[in-house]
Ligand binder design. Sequence first.
Ligand SMILES: *Cc1c(COP(=O)(O)O)cnc(C)c1O
Length: 384
Amino acid sequence: MAQSDHSFRTRAIHVGNEVDPSTGAVVPPIHLASTFRQPGAGEWGEFDYSRSGNPTRTNLQTTLASLEGGCGALAFSSGMAAIHCVTMLLRAGDHVIAGCDLYGGAYRLLHQICDRSGITVTLVDMTDVAAIEAAITKQTKLIWAETIGNPRLSIPDLSAISAIGKSRGILTGVDNTFGTPALIRPLEQGIDIVMHSATKYLGGHSDCLGGTLAVADETILKDLYFVQNATGAVLDPLSCFLVSRGLKTLELRIREQSKTAMALSLWLQGHPKVRSVLYPGLPSHPQHDLAKQSFCDNFGAMVTFELDATERETAKVCESTKLFHLAVSLGAVESLIEQPATMSHASYAPEDRARFGITDGLIRLSVGLESVEDLQADLAQAIG
Ligand SMILES: *Cc1c(COP(=O)(O)O)cnc(C)c1O
């Protein structure tokens, strides 16, 4: 039986994965039932209907709440569904402050969906605490940041952001998809809501979509659950199982992939065609000291670098790798390469791309589990 004082790795394997009492199976069965027989009319068991609750989803949520250090977690059909659920806590007239190097889908949700309900957004540099404070209005109800920004890998000070939220009565939420709970645990730094696209590192194998929210406060959990149950974007049992399985090796994958990302960053830094490398593990990264002090020993497996090249030349490099697949998404065992300006951040307005440093020469790598030698050779032949 796993305990809360067990280490992260142990809890990732045991919490929420109790032995099935009816068979002794060490892996809990996948519950596909959409409905559950009730004890009597108007009487409710633990489960009644799978949108409202499903044993396989509960198992995943139990593991995740433990890994995040929260009181509870919710699993959604995608990362966007999870972010959407958070925005559904807002009302017409509310204002959101969000990071300026936001995930493209979150940018689109805030600017082209939430605006329909009369919600306004201001984008600020989340590494600039004074800028966050300056953007606050009487209507500000949510501060939304990414623990590692996208694509420039900027790192906000989560303790400072949660302190602002608490002193001004503003909800704080972070997208920790690039960080994962193996590296960063925002709830421990006072953040109200932590979100993940489970499609990325939590699942870890590019084979399922999912999203999660975790919180440390029962009231917020109740409010989010109400929205989730009322709107219905829950994660299906098979995907819940895949994410649960992914979580068991999360720490191991992050540790190994971070090691490779560090080695590739150092090599890229010395390459004559590379203008700059953005990796939290490099002393040249603007928030390297903060990362060193707040991350759990590793620096993640996302690497962004800038070539001295035009949009077309940069695209050509991205199209020339053989092991790195040219694809959006990230966080899996296979390495991926992409050009933010034309791919992950194409939904940004061109002037916002320019303003936030998403230049044509930028390339983003998601470093997988292949050998560092093979990955480096692949980049070397592509960059030329
Ligand atoms: C992929 C991603 C999302 C969206 O998640 P989906 O599962 O694709 O809906 C949100 N934030 C970040 C940082 C992501 O990488």
